[in-house]
Design a binder for this molecule. Structure first.
Ligand SMILES: NC(=O)c1ccc[n+]([C@@H]2O[C@H](COP(=O)([O-])OP(=O)(O)OC[C@H]3O[C@@H](n4cnc5c(N)ncnc54)[C@H](O)[C@@H]3O)[C@@H](O)[C@H]2O)c1
Length: 397
């Protein structure tokens, strides 16, 4: 694509992992205003402090190289923008079988109060067909969907070196190319593939990609359950099958289950999208993840511990949040049997969590725990390995 030297005005709604990383990337060459309803995040960003834990984001913010400001004043931010990115939360409610896209719709309505012409780019994850339906309901073709593939903890890095840039656009290819070019120009990677496709296909790419990742996690976890129950060396088996180049040695480390903000809700959403579509695999992935956590909880209880120590609630060691982490699912199951649990989670800043004592002193935590349950291993547990229960075989995420 030929370079575009124009400096665009871009607004980003939602300063979370997705919004912040896109704002940082785009502010390398454009004027970006990030909008949030949480004043603290706005204050932090304006003070050069990253509101989420991300080393690269912090480096860029400290460098003074970005044309990036933050505000709670949506009117000012949206009225002057060429592109407005929506990166607000979406959630899946499995009881109501309903994917909550209300924050995206709310921001969209707000945007159109202040700007009729800005191209709206949805980066939040939405159900398949959502963007087209929003277009039809509002008779507005000026809405795009561009899936986001970042991982928390390295959000900016994943956007600087993206595996691909996908833009879902239903009528104006030039506009889609303009947005893809903005993303490319902010990135540092080379030969980044760009695909322009209809918005519904782009939404499907996002949900099927995350569901494949969940499938892979569930597969290696189920392999590990088999190996552990049969007394086999799980690591050796995984290494052996990974040498087949079609399978590979990546993304194969057993855990207590897939978790985090995206995989649980995106897999459930895809199952819901399959309503009336024949399938066995897609719905089994969600069930397999539940079975794995049941199994892990049972293995812990088999040891009849007086006190179970839960080492970290986060999904990954370098993460700063534990939204829907797998160990929470295990802890819930342990609590349901009346087990006594204590937690070591230094990012929590509270004395108790789910009626469990939070122990911030690692030595005391090690002392009072009969078994230490760790989804991911850490060097700081090396002196108590005889107490640790983990299925982390390769010491990586
Ligand atoms: N976190 C990830 O790894 C990831 C990866 C890919 C896609 N996604 C998707 O991107 C979306 C956002 O994810 P996230 O992790 O960045 O969320 P987040 O919860 O970290 O951040 C969302 C932000 O939006 C703000 N917000 C809510 N309503 C608002 C409004 N009306 N106006 C302005 N700001 C508002 C919130 O205060 C919050 O700061 C979700 O749909 C998620 O599924 C997330």
């Amino acid at each position: 694509m030929p370079p575009d030297t124009k400096k665009y005005n871009i607004a980003v709604a939602g300063i979370g992992y997705v919004g912040l990383s896109n704002a940082v990337l785009l502010a390398r060459r454009n004027r970006v205003v990030a909008v949030d309803i949480v004043e603290k995040k706005v204050r932090m960003l304006n003070g050069g402090i990253s509101p989420v834990h991300d080393t690269q984001a912090q480096e860029f913010l400290s460098s003074g190289e970005l044309d990036l400001t933050a505000t709670t004043d949506a009117a000012a931010a949206y009225s002057n923008a060429d592109f407005i990115i929506i990166s607000t939360p979406t959630n899946y409610d499995s009881e109501k079988n309903y994917f909550d896209t209300s924050s995206v719709e709310r921001v969209y309505r707000q945007i159109r109060l202040y700007s009729k012409s800005a191209a709206v780019v949805i980066k939040s994850t939405v159900p398949i067909g959502f963007t087209e339906s929003l277009q039809e309901r509002n008779n507005d073709r000026n809405i795009l969907f561009s899936p986001e593939f970042l991982r928390e903890g390295q959000a900016v890095r994943d956007n600087l070196f993206p595996s691909r840039i996908i833009v879902g656009e239903n009528c104006n290819r030039q506009r889609a190319e303009a947005f893809a070019r903005l993303m490319l120009e902010g990135a540092l990677g080379e030969n980044i593939p760009v695909m322009i496709m209809p918005s519904t296909e782009a939404e499907a790419v996002k949900l099927f990609a995350n569901t494949y990742l969940a499938l892979r996690v569930a597969f290696f976890n189920e392999l590990d359950t088999y190996a552990e129950m049969k007394g086999l060396d799980s690591r050796t088996i995984i290494e052996g099958i990974g040498l087949d180049g079609r399978i590979g040695t990546h993304y194969n480390n057993p855990s207590f289950g897939y978790g985090g903000y995206c995989l649980p809700k995106d897999t459930k959403q895809l199952v819901a999208n399959y309503c009336n579509v024949p399938n066995d695999i897609i719905s089994s992935i969600v069930a397999a993840n539940r079975t794995r956590k049941d199994y892990i909880a049972r293995k812990i209880l088999e040891q009849k511990p007086g006190t179970v120590g839960i080492y970290r609630l986060t999904m990954k060691i370098d993460s700063d949040n534990f939204r829907h982490s797998a160990i929470l699912g295990v802890l819930r199951r342990l609590k349901e049997t009346g087990a006594n649990a204590v937690i070591y989670e230094p990012t929590l800043g509270e004395d108790s969590f789910w009626d469990c004592r939070v122990i911030n002193d690692l030595d005391e935590f090690k002392r009072v725990s009969d078994i230490i349950v760790a989804n991911r291993m850490s060097a700081e547990l090396s002196d108590v390995m005889d107490k640790v229960y983990s299925r982390d075989l390769f010491s990586r995420d």
